[in-house]
Structures are given as structure tokens and as C-alpha cells.
Design a binder for this molecule. Structure first.
Ligand code: AP5
Length: 215
């Protein structure tokens, strides 16, 4: 099964992806995670991406498309894959179509997570992520088992550099302007499975996602 997870920042793409990859046994391809790894390693690509990410803007299409192309060619994607945070512009979606055509692959579902902007700001500013295993928490909605400690045992809960309110509002503006047009792009092919995920917890959202993809 080949899936795209679409939705604004903080809608729960990462949270749902972690549940779905377990259910479906397919890899999560998160362009945000790949870019953050490149920034942390200070690679040339990371150095180019850093300023865009910290400003809440999109990294140029050419950079991200190259990353995804390389990743989709890896053997673990053969049984299927889940794209989290890609595509994010119509240009990226068109490039993805070309990539998939050349591999004789198609997308089965575009899962669209919809949440109001004000709830998204609260979710993102309260997010903490484990630097060791990548688990995602929220100080109020999904707290770690012990303060400042992940369930993996590491005391490495960190706040992302782009998770302050000012940058979050810019990221939301970027989403509405550049990424939301993808909804009609995929609706024309009847691929969009919308889940209204506001006001309910991650497990309830997961139940709805499973229904929408027939699992
Ligand atoms: P990226 O890492 O993709 O971030 P994003 O799309 O802004 O999404 P987030 O990771 O912030 O949120 P999420 O939807 O995964 O939510 P989560 O599950 O963590 O991108 C970061 C940057 O990289 C971009 O701004 C851009 O610069 C660049 N980039 C990435 N991809 C790119 C591309 N393709 N092209 C160009 N540039 C690109 O949940 C959020 C919080 O809410 C957590 O604390 C969680 O615990 C909590 N939560 C989750 N679900 C619920 C729920 N149901 N109820 C209550 N709380 C919940």
C-alpha cells in the first residue's frame, strides 16, 4: 500500500505515521525528519535547508525531490511506503507522479488530517520529541510516562527549533498557500480520505484513519 499523509503542521502526521507503519509494515518517509538529520549533520544540503526551516518556509523543491527519489529507490519501499510531509507543492506532486510512473507504481490513498489552526498552535508549541528514539509527546495531551523522560528510558526530550509560536504561524500560512492546493489535485483522482482530527486523541484519530483506508 502506497500512502501520502497530508495536513497542516501539527495535524498529527508523524503521530499517525508511527501507528500506520506498525500496522502496515511499510517504511515512513518523512522529508521533515530527513532534512532535520541533514541539518544536525551539517551536510551541504542541511546547511542550505536550515534557514528555510527556521523561518517556517519550504525548502526548495529541487532539494526535497532529490531526497525522496533516492529514498523511494531503496529495497525496503518495495512492499509499499508512507510519505509524510511530501509532496507539499504542486511541483513536488508532479515530480512524484513522474517518479512513480517510471517505477510503475501508483498512490492508493491520500490521508488528509484536518485540524483548526488555533488547536494546531497549541499542539505544536507543546510538542516534545525524543532525541534518541524519535517518539513524539505533548506536554498536556500526550505526556511522557515520567517528566522529561521518554518511554525508551532516555532523558532526551527536545523542542524543535521551528516549534515556537511565531514560526508555527508562518508554517501555517505556508501550508494554506502552497500545500492546501494539493487537496484538489488529489481529489480530482478520488484519492483523498479526509479525517477531521480536531478535539480527539491520537487513538481515536487512528481508528478513523484505519476505516478510511479499509483496514
Ligand atoms: P515537517 O517535519 O514535515 O513538519 P510539519 O509538516 O510542519 O509537521 P509537524 O511535524 O510539525 O507536525 P505533524 O503533523 O507531524 O504532527 P505531530 O504528529 O508531530 O517539516 C518541517 C519543515 O521542514 C517545514 O516547515 C519545511 O521547512 C521543511 N520541509 C519538510 N518537508 C518539506 C517538503 N516536502 N518540501 C519543502 N520543505 C519541507 O503532532 C504534533 C503535536 O500534537 C505532538 O506534540 C503530538 O503529541 C500532538 N498530537 C498529535 N495528535 C494529537 C491529537 N489527536 N490530539 C492532541 N494532540 C495530538
Amino acid at each position: 500500500m502506497n500512502i501520502i499523509l497530508l495536513g497542516p503542521p501539527g495535524a498529527g502526521k508523524g503521530t499517525q505515521a508511527k501507528k500506520l507503519i506498525e500496522l502496515l509494515a511499510i517504511p515512513q518517509i518523512s522529508t521533515g525528519d530527513m532534512l532535520r538529520a541533514a541539518v544536525a549533520e551539517k551536510t551541504p544540503l542541511g546547511l542550505e535547508a536550515k534557514a528555510f526551516m527556521e523561518a517556517g518556509k519550504l525548502v526548495p523543491d529541487g532539494v526535497v525531490i532529490g531526497l525522496v527519489k533516492e529514498r523511494l529507490a531503496k529495497p525496503d519501499c518495495a512492499p509499499g511506503f508512507m510519505l509524510d510531509g511530501f509532496p507539499r507543492t504542486v511541483g513536488q506532486a508532479e515530480s512524484l507522479d513522474a517518479m512513480l510512473d517510471s517505477m510503475s507504481l501508483t498512490i492508493d490513498h491520500v490521508v488528509l488530517l484536518e485540524v483548526d489552526d488555533e488547536e494546531l498552535v497549541l499542539r505544536i508549541t507543546g510538542r516534545r520529541t525524543c532525541g534518541a528514539c524519535g517518539a513524539i509527546y505533548h506536554l498536556k495531551y500526550s505526556p511522557p510516562p515520567q517528566p522529561d523522560t521518554c518511554s525508551c528510558g532516555k532523558k532526551e526530550l527536545v523542542q524543535r527549533a521551528d516549534d515556537n509560536e511565531q514560526t508555527v504561524r508562518q508554517r501555517l500560512a505556508t501550508y494554506h498557500e502552497q500545500t492546501a492546493p494539493l487537496i484538489s489535485y488529489y481529489e480530482k483522482r478520488s484519492l483523498v480520505r479526509s479525517v477531521a482530527g480536531g478535539g480527539m486523541g491520537p487513538n481515536e484519530v487512528f481508528e478513523l484513519v484505519k476505516q478510511k483506508i479499509g483496514r
